[in-house]
Design a binder for this molecule. Structure first.
Ligand SMILES: *Cc1c(COP(=O)(O)O)cnc(C)c1O
Length: 437
């Protein structure tokens, strides 16, 4: 009998998993054991078999920024069920359907005003590929094919496919491994840390210097505004993205904001760009777009970009994934946006922000803790050395909480629906993880 349907105990599943399956950033085969999740509801993951005596974990990670309304949300479930009964998928080449059109139109309504053309991609990395393709093609359309490099700052993360990888932090992205293979982009230093109103004059001068030197070959600047996520969970002043808008305009370069992690309220504004009060030329969205149900992302561009591409020798945006605009994902994304915009997301994020600030504060007193920071529904404990990730994660699991520490960081971005008692358990677990990590 094939493993598809053979009876397997959780033990045997785990064993097969270790022998056969790659997980994110792991070897295969591997020694490390992954808890088997059987189902999930609200903020809780139910395990197929207890781990450290615990059979339910509060998800402090929202499945990597995505599950903002928690699991098995009645409205999202209903939208998915209804759509499965109509059609799960239909090709987007030459055909269209209501969910994709309404979703795209809504995205243009809630994102900064100048953004009004939408490409529905099938993952965050692909949306970044498409954003960069748009920018390069825009300059080709204008007869400037030499403008094909990209400027970014260090400490960023934009995904794991080829062009996104080229703009990830050179050390975090292991660029040394790919020398000669990855396109070589222009890197600024990481933006000075700290969410504040001020910008550092020397740093702005550094950015401007790079633009002065490279603008003739630059198609675009790409950054994560205000919060750099997987590249190090660093916060910076909204003044930097605001100044990047000015610099991009002055030096004739397009500006791309990657809000795949920060979009849909996570930082306390609907989009992190709103902290800066500026619009990029192209915006990438993903992760929470479908409330964490299905993989879908969006690249939203201004009319100027769309027209530049349309005016080129090859006027089409030559990109078209098989599962583009997937109706099932689009239906759930519509439901997720409806719930987000109807319920008071701002109040929820603010409540989580204050719970994280008070709950994580004790970590600041621990030896080996370098920094504790909170912005919106994101809480971070940074150590002064690499975390013992296995020990830290186990300390959280023992307290009934799922966290996934990496590098020198223990961090949480809980679902917006988390109750205060559960949030307190998450912060206690994070502090306990910092103590052993
Ligand atoms: C997660 C992430 C990506 C990549 O998205 P995938 O859906 O994993 O391909 C890109 N940029 C940012 C800022 C992200 O957080």
């Amino acid at each position: 009998m094939f493993s598809l349907d053979a009876p397997l105990t959780p033990r045997e599943l785990s064993q097969l998993d270790r022998e056969r399956v790659w997980h994110p950033y792991t070897t295969s085969p591997t020694d490390s054991e992954h808890p088997v999740v059987d189902s999930a509801e609200g903020v809780r993951l139910r395990l197929a078999e207890p781990v450290h005596g615990v059979d339910e974990l509060i998800d402090g990670m929202s499945s990597w920024w995505a599950a903002i309304h928690g699991y098995a949300h009645p409205e999202l479930d209903a939208a998915a069920h209804a759509q499965v009964d109509r059609m799960s998928h239909v090709m987007f080449g030459g055909l269209t359907h209501e969910n994709a059109v309404r979703l795209a139109a809504t995205l243009t309504e809630i994102t900064p005003e100048s953004l009004d053309h939408v490409f529905l991609a099938d993952s965050g990395s692909v949306s970044v590929e498409v954003a960069l393709k748009m920018c390069l093609q825009y300059w080709r359309g204008l007869g400037r094919p030499e403008k094909r490099r990209v400027l970014t700052w260090r400490g960023g993360y934009h995904g794991d496919t080829w062009h996104p990888m080229s703009v990830c932090d050179p050390e975090g992205g292991m660029h040394h491994l790919w020398r000669g293979a990855l396109p070589e982009q222009v890197f600024a230093e990481a933006p000075p840390a700290g969410f504040s109103a001020e910008a550092d004059a020397d740093y702005l001068e550094h950015l401007e210097g790079l633009l002065r030197r490279h603008s003739g070959e630059l198609a675009a600047i790409i950054v994560e505004p205000v919060v750099q996520g997987a590249g190090g969970m660093r916060f910076h002043s909204p003044e930097y993205p605001r100044r990047l808008r000015e610099l991009a305009d002055r030096h004739g370069v397009l500006l791309v904001f990657d809000e795949i992690a920060t979009g849909f309220g996570r930082t306390g504004e609907l989009f992190a760009a709103d902290h800066a009060g500026v619009a990029p030329d192209v915006l990438c969205l993903g992760k929470a777009l479908t409330g964490g149900y299905l993989t879908m992302a969006a690249t939203v561009a201004s009319g100027r970009v769309a027209e530049g591409i349309a005016g080129g020798e090859v006027p089409v945006l030559a990109h078209g994934p098989t599962f583009m605009g997937n109706p099932l994902a689009a239906a759930v994304a519509r439901a997720s946006l409806r719930v987000l915009l109807r319920d008071d997301w701002r109040a929820r994020v603010r409540r989580i922000e204050s719970g994280l600030a008070s709950g994580l504060a004790p970590a600041a007193e621990l030896p080996g803790v370098r920094d504790v920071r909170v912005l919106g529904a994101i809480g971070v404990i940074q150590l002064d050395r690499p975390v013992d990730t296995a020990a830290a994660a186990a300390a959280a699991v023992e307290r009934g909480v799922w966290l996934r520490p990496f590098r020198d960081l223990i961090y949480t971005m809980p679902p917006y629906v988390i109750a205060d008692e559960d949030l307190a358990r998450v912060t206690e677990a994070a502090v306990a993880a910092a103590r052993v990590g």
